[in-house]
Design a binder for this molecule. Structure first.
Ligand SMILES: Nc1nc2c(ncn2[C@@H]2O[C@H](COP(=O)(O)OP(=O)(O)OP(=O)(O)O)[C@@H](O)[C@H]2O)c(=O)[nH]1
Ligand SMILES: [Mg+2]
Length: 529
C-alpha cells in the first residue's frame, strides 16, 4: 500500500501575463494607419478545489511543483493574446492550507470549496490600448506581469472515521486487514507499522474508513516512540477502537493496564486547533466515542484473559468485543458496532455544519493606500523607497530598454501623486528613488520635472529623453542602478550563506530569539501599515 500522505509542501506558480504587442496598421495607400498591437493574455490562476473523487494528498507528494499556463502575447491587428489556462487542483475534503510557518490560509471543507493559491499575472496592454490623443502611436507596449508564486503546506484533517489504537503488536494491522481490503505489513515485532494504513469497511449499509495507527507506548503524548505524530492522526477520527492484546507475553502487561496507559496518553495529548470543528471547538481525544476490542481470543490464554477483564471494562461503561483478527471471530459484531458510531458521528456533523455559500478564499491585498514612501539610506545618501501595489506593478510592466516606455511610466507615477509625496517627504532632485520591494526593485534619479510626458520635454527627439542625460558629476542613473544591483545581489548572497550555515547546523537560533524576531517583524509590519 502506498505511504499515507497527510501533509505536503506545494510550490505553486501562477501563469505569467503575456506581453502587449507593438504594431502599426499597414494598409495600401495608408502606410501609418495607427497602432493596432493587441493586449497580452492574463496568466492562469492556480486554484485548489475540493473534489470528492480525491481522497489523499499523494499526487502533490509526487509532483510538488505546479505551474499554471502563461498568457500569450498580443498580436497585430488588435488580436489579444489567449489567456493562460487556470490550473485547478483537486484536493480532498478536509484539506487545510497553511503557510510554512503554520498560519492557516484556508480550510477547505465541502465539495467545491476553493482556495486561490496563486494569481495569474495581468497581460500587458498593447500599443493600441495605450494610445491616446497625447500619445498617438506609442512605440512600446506594456509587459505582462509574472504570476504570483508561493509555498503552501497542505494538511489533510479528515483522515478516517475510526482509529485503531493500542500497544505495538496488539494486532491493529491484523484487524484492519481482516475487516477491509487494506494489506498492511503484519509482524510480531513492535512498530511494524510506521505510517497509518487506511481501510474501507462495509458493514450493512454503512461504508466507513478505518485507520490503523502505529503502536502507542507510555509517553507517546510527549513524543515517545512514534507518539505525537500519530496522536495527531487519531485526532482526525470521529471514534476510537482500543485494540487490547489479551495474549501478551510481557509479564507487566494486561489489557486493563494497557488501556489505562493508552487512555492517559490520549488525555495528555494537546489538541491542534487546526482540527477544530466548524464551530471552532474540538472534542478532546479522551471524550471521543470508543469501543473495546479484546484481541487474540483464538489463543486459550487470550480467551481466558478476555473473559476475566470483560466485567470490569463493561463496568467502566465500554462496549466490549472479543475478537480474533486471526480466526476472524467476532469481527462482524465489531464492524457493525463501528458502523453505528460512524453513523452517529455523521448525523451530528450534518446538524453542526451550517449551510454557507461556497467560500472562495483569496490571498489578501492591502489596498488602504495606493502607495507610501519610506526613507532609507544607501552609502550615506538618502534613498527613497516607493512601496505600493500599483507602482510596483507598473515597474514590472515597463520595458526599460525602451525610453518611451520609461517616459510613460514617469507619467503614470506623477499622476498617482508619487512626485508630490516625494517632494513633501523631503526628497531632493537627484536623490535615488527606488520603486518596489527588494527583489524586483528598480532605481531612478529623481527629477521633479517628471510630471511632463516624454514627448513634451523641450528639444528632445523621439525616443530620447532629457531626463536620461548625464548631469555633470552627479552619479548617473546607470551608476546608481549598478550600485543598487550590487547591493541587492550582495544581500542575496549573504542570505544564501546564512541559510547554508543554518542548514549545516553551524548556528542555531534559540526558540526565544526566534519568537522575539517574529514579534519584531510583526510590529514593523504593523507600523508600516
Ligand atoms: N494468535 C493471534 N495472533 C494475532 C492476532 N492478531 C494479531 N496477531 C499477531 O500479532 C502480531 C502483531 O500483529 P500486528 O497486526 O502487526 O500488530 P500491530 O498492532 O499492528 O503492531 P504495530 O504495527 O507494531 O503497532 C503478529 O504476529 C500477528 O500475527 C490474533 O487475533 N490472534
Ligand atoms: Mg501495525
Amino acid at each position: 500500500m502506498a505511504a499515507f500522505v497527510d501533509r505536503v509542501t506545494l510550490h505553486v506558480t501562477a501563469g505569467n501575463g503575456g506581453h502587449g504587442c507593438v504594431s502599426i496598421k499597414r494598409e495600401k495607400f495608408k502606410p501609418l494607419g495607427g497602432p493596432d498591437g493587441g493586449n497580452g493574455g492574463k496568466g492562469g490562476d492556480i486554484i485548489l478545489r475540493v473534489d470528492p473523487q480525491v481522497t489523499t494528498l499523494l499526487d502533490f507528494h509526487h509532483l510538488p511543483h505546479r505551474k499554471a499556463g502563461n498568457g500569450e502575447p498580443g498580436k497585430g491587428g488588435l488580436h489579444p493574446g489567449k489567456h493562460g489556462e487556470d490550473l485547478i487542483l483537486g484536493v480532498p475534503a478536509g484539506t487545510v492550507v497553511k503557510t510554512k510557518d503554520g498560519d492557516i490560509l484556508g480550510d477547505l471543507v465541502n465539495t467545491g470549496d476553493e482556495y486561490i493559491a496563486a494569481i495569474g499575472g495581468m497581460g500587458g496592454l498593447g500599443n493600441a490600448a495605450i494610445s491616446s490623443d497625447k500619445r498617438k502611436a506609442p512605440g512600446f507596449a506594456l509587459l505582462g506581469i509574472p504570476g504570483t508564486s508561493q509555498d503552501i503546506v497542505l494538511e489533510l484533517k479528515s483522515m478516517a472515521d475510526i482509529a485503531l489504537v493500542g500497544y505495538p503488536s496488539a494486532g491493529k494491522s491484523s484487524l484492519i486487514a481482516a475487516v477491509s481490503a487494506a494489506r498492511p505489513k503484519i509482524a510480531d515485532y513492535p512498530f511494524t507499522t510506521l505510517v497509518p494504513n487506511l481501510g474501507v469497511v462495509q458493514a450493512g449499509e454503512t461504508r466507513f474508513t478505518v485507520a490503523d495507527v502505529p503502536g502507542l507506548i507510555p509517553g507517546a503524548s510527549e513524543g515517545k516512540g512514534l507518539g505525537h505524530e500519530f496522536l495527531r492522526h487519531v485526532e482526525r477520527c470521529a471514534a476510537i477502537v482500543h485494540v487490547l492484546d489479551c495474549a501478551s507475553l510481557e509479564s507487566d502487561r494486561d489489557p486493563i493496564s494497557d488501556l489505562d496507559t493508552i487512555e492517559a496518553e490520549l488525555a495528555n495529548y494537546e489538541a491542534d486547533s487546526t482540527f477544530a470543528g466548524t464551530d471552532g471547538t474540538i472534542v478532546p481525544l479522551i471524550e471521543r466515542p470508543k469501543l473495546i476490542a479484546l484481541n487474540k481470543v483464538d489463543m486459550p490464554d487470550g480467551a481466558e484473559m478476555a473473559e476475566f477483564v470483560r466485567p470490569e471494562l463493561e463496568q467502566r461503561g465500554y462496549r466490549v468485543f472479543e475478537i480474533s483478527a486471526l480466526s476472524r471471530n467476532g469481527l462482524r459484531e465489531l464492524s457493525f458496532a463501528m458502523a453505528e458510531l460512524v453513523e452517529q458521528a455523521r448525523a451530528e456533523q450534518v446538524v453542526e455544519a451550517p449551510v454557507v455559500e461556497v467560500p472562495v478564499i483569496r490571498p489578501r491585498y492591502s489596498n488602504k493606500e495606493e502607495f507610501y514612501i519610506r526613507r532609507e539610506e544607501q552609502n550615506l545618501e538618502p534613498l527613497w523607497r516607493v512601496i505600493g501595489e500599483k507602482p510596483e506593478r507598473w515597474i514590472m510592466q515597463t520595458d526599460f530598454r525602451n525610453d518611451e516606455a520609461v517616459g510613460y511610466l514617469a507619467d503614470r507615477l506623477a499622476k498617482l501623486g508619487v512626485e508630490n509625496k516625494l517632494f513633501k517627504a523631503g526628497a531632493k532632485p537627484g536623490d535615488a528613488v527606488v520603486i518596489g520591494s527588494e527583489e524586483d526593485s528598480v532605481v531612478f534619479d529623481w527629477e521633479p520635472t517628471m510630471a511632463a510626458g516624454a514627448e513634451l520635454l523641450g528639444g528632445s527627439r523621439r525616443g530620447e529623453d532629457v531626463r536620461l542625460e548625464d548631469r555633470g558629476n552627479r552619479k548617473t542613473r546607470e551608476e546608481k542602478r549598478a550600485e543598487h544591483e550590487d547591493r541587492k545581489s550582495a544581500k542575496a548572497a549573504a542570505r544564501a550563506e546564512l541559510e547554508a550555515e543554518r542548514k549545516a547546523g553551524i548556528w542555531t537560533e534559540s526558540v526565544n530569539a526566534k519568537n522575539a524576531k517574529k514579534a519584531a517583524g510583526k510590529k514593523a509590519a504593523q507600523e508600516e501599515e
